[in-house]
Design a protein around this ligand. Structure first.
Ligand code: C2E
Ligand code: CA
Ligand code: CA
Length: 651
């Protein structure tokens, strides 16, 4: 039923489909009206010639009423239709009502003309071709809703039939049409209706197809410049528009600035309230920025990061206001807005680099709770260059042997003898000198290159062991730092196994230090990797215990051989009364969980004595030695400044 109703034109159509029909009709109207105009002009010329030939000018009024009048009406109609349709196609008029009205009048006038001429012809015994042409013309060339076509054609055919039936047929000499005319006439009507129906439905299908295409195209072009989650622009849009803006000569380059916005602690918010709530917060925040920087370029960079290209004037105040708004959004998780600003220099036009610099400035104030905004300056530029240098040169540094291992001794509190060595990476660079891990580890982690360094350290430590054994030098079990990303980025456990085998290193000579954050990341493969390490015979140490994160949960869920207590506990040793009982408790806890306790950052004899007294088995810190090359360490041992446990002295 629904399909039938649709077929005969009773369905609600979208604006697109309605417009499609209308435009199609206006186009057909142009051809149709041109034909009518030419035809009528020709008719008038023909008529005038006939009058002149007959020398019948005296009866002009008779001709005018009988012929010219009709021609003029039709001609005028054709001209009006043509003018309107051309204007519509050129986009100069948009009123559909007037257009439809003209079209109806035009069609009715054409049909009436057909009726009039054909009745005349029929009377003279000629065929009714003008009527048939005109109905076919008006109904078949234009597209009508089937019910309109039915109405128009039925009324025309019935009226014509009625008038024809009243006349005396030329061939029979009697009033009324013959059966053959009757049947032919009916068939013509049916044919006209079928033409209309077919045309209507063909165009409907075409319009729907086109509409779909347009919708898909609109969607595609929308998502290509729109961020899917927040609905504001994405980086593709930002880059192209920012590039254009920077290239305009009219742009006042002195007055524009790139901002990089980041919500600090968003990750915790997400973890606490779930992704759905997190997304909601991002959407709100995105629209807040869009609103605050109306008229500027605003896009989502990634995650909870946004970039803005705006004028310097008022930018700081807007960021200040936004920062206040962000605080209002926070629940139990403390949220803070951080903003890095970068002012492009000279003719610079690299948008990605500009965003990177603004981001760098933003990252430089993370965890600085009193700062919301930081401008990228010379100092940051130097750091930024170093960062780029590190990321771009890690492979070369490894190949050229710029990465060195320094060892920091770990001593027993019972006798002060060295019983272990922590392997710590150093980058001895020909341009920058000695770089400490504080500078490059974080960068390598950010760019997911850290595993290269850690593999290099594993290999270097194993090589040092082999060298010591082969050349009868002292060496103690070495602990190596693993980044949590190592487990994700490569098969670090497999690599360690292969390497110890290659250099024939006993497994009890290599320990692995992991931090708590490795285990609170909720990634399944990590705990497994740690279990595997222990099963293979390596000892696993928990590094930086107490430096944050959910320490106690980690202790509950995993077993470690050594608990490495973070050096922050010792930093308040002198002035903070709470330090001692806390340390004592942690050491007690380690014992209960059958772990060996090791405290880092031991700098004074007093601290060392205290650790011995509370039963912390091991200590590490500047009191004994800073991290140094293995050769220097052996010199200190030879000079008697450091003692190494009996079992590790080369024999
Ligand atoms: P960490 O594993 O906690 O290493 C201890 C850091 O504390 C070392 O800094 C060491 O020099 C320093 N330190 C030791 N004793 C004292 C002391 O008495 N007082 C003070 N103030 N500091 C002391 P370093 O060598 O700069 O390493 C920094 C961090 O870089 C390390 O912290 C570790 O997390 C990371 N790291 C170092 N080498 C590697 C590596 O090969 N791979 C990975 N993934 N990370 C590494
Ligand atoms: Ca460590
Ligand atoms: Ca540590």
């Amino acid at each position: 039923m629904k399909a039938f109703l649709r077929w005969i034109g009773f369905e609600k159509q979208s604006k697109y489909v309605r417009d499609y029909y209308y435009t199609e009709n206006m186009r057909s109207s142009i051809y149709m009206s041109i034909v009518i105009i030419v035809l009528e002009v020709w008719m008038m010329i023909r008529m005038t010639r006939t009058i002149l030939e007959r020398n019948d000018l005296g009866r002009f009024m008779y001709y005018f009423e009988k012929y010219y009048f009709n021609y003029i009406i039709l001609l005028a109609n054709g001209i009006i239709m043509l003018v309107f349709a051309v204007k519509y196609i050129r986009g100069k008029v948009s009123s559909r009502f007037i257009g439809s009205l003209i079209q109806w009048v035009f069609a009715i006038v054409c049909i009436c003309f057909g009726i009039k001429i054909s009745l005349n012809d029929y009377e003279k015994g000629e065929q009714i071709l003008t009527f048939l042409t005109m109905t076919l013309f008006s109904l078949g060339l234009l597209t009508w809703k089937p019910y309109s076509a039915f109405l128009l054609s039925s009324v025309s055919y019935l009226y014509f039939y009625y008038r024809m039936n009243e006349l005396v047929a030329f061939n029979t000499g009697q009033k009324g049409v013959t059966l053959a005319t009757h049947i032919n006439f009916f068939i013509m009507w049916i044919s006209t209706m079928l033409v209309c129906l077919t045309k209507y439905n063909n165009i409907r299908i075409q319009a729907l197809k086109d509409e779909n295409l347009v919708q898909v195209n609109t969607y595609l072009s929308k998502i290509s410049v729109e961020d899917e989650l927040t609905g504001i622009h994405n980086m593709v849009y930002f880059r192209t528009e920012a590039e254009k803006l920077l290239s305009y000569v009219t742009t006042d380059r002195e007055n524009i600035i790139f901002l990089f916005l980041d919500i600090e602690n968003f990750k915790s918010y997400n973890e606490k309230y779930g992704f759905h709530e997190g997304d909601g917060l991002l959407i709100k925040f995105a629209h807040m920025i869009d609103e605050a920087f109306k008229g500027s370029l605003v896009s989502r960079y990634s995650d909870d990061h946004f970039v803005v290209l705006t004028s310097i004037e008022g930018a700081k105040n807007k960021v200040g206001e936004l920062s206040g708004e962000v605080k209002k959004l926070q629940k139990e998780v403390h949220l803070e807005l951080k903003c890095g600003a970068y002012k492009p220099q000279g003719n610079e036009s690299d948008i990605s680099l500009a965003c990177d610099r603004a981001r760098f400035a933003c990252n430089s104030i993370k965890k600085h709770y009193d700062r919301t905004i930081r401008l990228y300056d010379k100092k940051l530029e130097d750091q930024f260059q170093l960062k780029q240098y590190i990321v771009n040169n890690i492979d070369t540094a490894i190949e050229n042997g710029y990465i060195k291992v320094f060892y920091q001794p770990i001593v027993r509190t019972s006798d002060g003898c060295i019983c272990g060595l922590e392997a710590l990476a150093r980058w001895q660079d020909p341009n920058y000198g000695l770089l400490s891990p504080g500078i490059f580890i974080e960068i390598l982690e950010e760019y997911r290159q850290i595993y290269k360094l850690d593999k290099c350290i594993i290999e270097a430590v194993c090589r040092d062991y082999r060298d010591a054994v082969d050349n009868k030098k002292a060496f103690a079990p070495a602990s190596i730092n693993f980044s949590r990303l190592d487990f994700e980025l490569c098969d670090i456990v497999g690599f360690l196994c292969e390497t110890v085998e290659k250099y024939n290193v006993p497994k009890n000579f290599i320990d692995v230090e992991v931090t708590e954050s490795a285990l609170t990341d909720q990634q399944d493969f990590l705990p497994n990797a740690i279990k595997n390490l222990r099963e293979f015979g390596f000892k696993v140490w928990l590094d930086d215990f107490g430096s944050g994160y959910s320490s106690l949960n980690v202790l509950k869920d995993y077993h470690f051989d050594v608990l490495k207590i973070d050096m922050k506990f010792l930093s308040g040793f002198k002035n903070n009364d709470k330090t001692r009982p806390i340390l004592e408790n942690i050491v007690g806890l380690a014992k209960q969980l059958s772990m060996m306790a090791l405290t880092e950052g031991v700098e004074t004899e007093e601290q060392f004595d205290f650790l011995g007294a509370i039963g912390c088995e091991r200590a590490q810190g500047y009191l004994f030695s800073k991290p140094v090359p293995i050769g220097s360490l052996r010199e200190s041992i030879a000079a008697g400044e450091l003692k190494i446990a009996e079992e590790f002295i080369a024999k």
